[in-house]
Design a protein around this ligand. Structure first.
Ligand SMILES: *[C@@H]1O[C@H](CO)[C@@H](O)[C@H](O)[C@H]1NC(C)=O
Length: 285
């Protein structure tokens, strides 16, 4: 009895001790279970992520199948004109056109299967396709490649190649038409600010003070420097080239000694002073 009691007492003592002061082992166990819990939740997250990845991969595979069908090759992007797909072994890889250009198809376009957007019908409101890349250039070339209007002149425009712009002049009497991205007949380019020289005569001839052979031809409000054929002078009254003998002040006079054959005859009337060809060129636009 005594022994038993003693044992119980000892047990009781040990139990209270146990409750009061957790043994080193218990603490260890708790730590292990705690870290196991962390591991478990980490594992859960990993599982969720991998499940997501797998489903995304399947979705991608499905998309690749849909894009590539049975053929390898190049295919337009469904949302963006300046991206396209390249299918290799049934897998679709997204590729991008040079900045500012739009996908035109293999073996076609300006470069790298791409061309100016207006040439391939982009933006395309019907299929809701637009340019997707941000503009990567700077003034005067918002995009690295493209054709852009000149900030001051209607007869010029910018041709941008890899971010470098070069000024282009429209040939003949054409003006740059931004809608067409090309030089166009002046009457088709509304809103083009007119040159002061051509005010009131957007499509006519204007005399140049002091010059016998040169005159302005205004086209769409922009002046073009013109020159009468040899032996003719510009008549300020009839607004046409006439035999210089018929134009007062422009008759050819016997030249004193050495005279530059190239020099045009000059109006000799009092207040008019001689305008050199260089000056005329300088005032031209
Ligand atoms: C454009 O310029 C970059 C460097 O600025 C060069 O690496 C690239 O090859 C050029 N691309 C073309 C098409 O000229």
């Amino acid at each position: 009895q005594v022994k038993r009691r003693g044992r119980r007492q000892r047990e009781g003592v040990s139990q209270t001790r146990f409750l009061k002061r957790p043994s080193h082992q218990r603490r260890l166990l708790r730590r292990i279970s705690l870290s196991l819990g962390i591991m478990e939740s980490t594992l859960k997250i990993v599982c969720i992520i991998s499940a997501l990845c797998i489903s995304m991969a399947f979705a991608q595979q499905g998309k690749s199948k849909e894009i590539c069908k049975k053929d390898d090759g190049f295919f337009p992007h469904e949302d963006y004109c300046d991206y396209y797909y390249e299918c290799v072994d049934g897998v679709a890889y997204v590729q991008e056109c040079p900045n500012g250009l739009a996908y035109s198809g293999p073996g076609r376009g300006l470069m790298d299967k791409c061309d100016y957007p207006h040439r391939v019908g982009c933006p395309d409101p019907e299929n809701r396709r637009i340019m997707g890349q941000p503009a990567k250039g700077s003034t005067p070339c918002p995009y690295l490649f493209g054709i852009y209007p000149h900030e001051k002149s209607c007869t010029r425009y910018w041709l941008c190649w890899n971010g470098t712009g070069s000024v282009q002049m429209c040939p003949f009497s054409l003006l740059y038409n931004e809608q067409e991205h090309a030089c166009d007949w002046p009457e088709k380019v509304p809103g083009c600010q007119q040159h002061p020289l051509c005010k009131g005569a957007p499509n006519g001839l204007k005399a140049i003070e002091g010059s016998c052979v040169r005159y302005w031809q205004c086209v769409g409000g922009y002046p073009r420097l013109q020159r009468c054929p040899a032996g003719l002078a510009f008549d300020q009254e009839t607004f046409r080239c006439d035999w210089n003998g018929n134009v007062p002040g422009c008759e050819v006079t016997p030249a004193p000694e050495e005279v530059d054959d190239e020099a045009p005859p000059v109006r000799r009337s009092g207040q008019n002073r001689r305008v050199t060809a260089a000056e005329e060129e300088a005032t031209h636009n």
